[in-house]
Design a protein around this ligand. Sequence first.
Ligand code: SF4
Ligand code: ZN
Ligand code: ZN
Length: 304
Amino acid sequence: MCTICNRPAVIHLKHDGTRLCQQHFIHYFEAKVQGTILSGGMIAEKERIAVALSGGKDSTALLFCLHRILSGREVELVAITVDEGIAGYRDDTIQAAKAIARQIGVEQHIVSFQEEYGCCLDRMVVGRKVAPCTYCGVFRKHALNRAARSLGADKIATGHNLDDEAQTVMMNYLKGDFERLMRLRPRRVQRGLVPRIKPLRSMPEKEIALYCMLSGIFFQSRECPYAGLSLRAEVRDMINALESQFPGTKLSTVKGFERLAEEEQGQWAQMDLALCRQCGEPCVGERCKACQLREEIGRPSEKH
Ligand code: SF4
Ligand SMILES: [Zn+2]
Ligand SMILES: [Zn+2]
């Protein structure tokens, strides 16, 4: 039974023992997201927020939730969907993304790898040793930033959740990449780079799926065919196994990192980004990673 109203409970929140009914769970979820936005000073009045909308559960929940909690405020939402060109997967998620944008009346822009880089992801990765997620991640970030800037967006909101954050922290620990780890908490605005916000970063993946289900919003649950090839997939399985044995592992992984980042921030001066001499996007060094990869995919692949 719901701890607040005695109606049948839909969830038992292990961290504090509360049980919540449908209505109180939705209220709890939206209040927690709102709390994350407020405490992080993520969204200000009159801002234009570009939501990275893939059509999967996280970004769909994000758009729907932001639309609800920001209604009545002078904040404009616009959705950007990136079509990487992944056969048997992306077309369906794009349909789901179109449906939610239409349902709540948010303007949507679709940018594709094919149009931006002259090649879809499926073709980019044929015969290459580098993991598809590397190409995908670099080009998606590049395309999103360009699209958001051209739409005059003040921020890019992404659907990263607590599980994603815990995985990213753990992956960087495993790789010993402390610099990248510290970049998870950018401290100042960089020229040309639309600041990113993650309003769902405190929400576990399971609660996001439940929020979508109980709110009656459709999302595409199909998994990307390349997902299993990544280090992230291994780390995700490892953290999920730990979480089920020791509840709270995901939260403590992220909280532990945040404490460390807080203490270490003076030691790690944030690097000034330059503008890529080829495409003008912000980058470290003279040419951005996307332009370097673009040159590489222009060459014959290793198999040929
Ligand atoms: S799993 Fe990898 S290849 Fe698939 S959409 Fe995600 S980053 Fe891209
Ligand atoms: Zn209730
Ligand atoms: Zn470039």
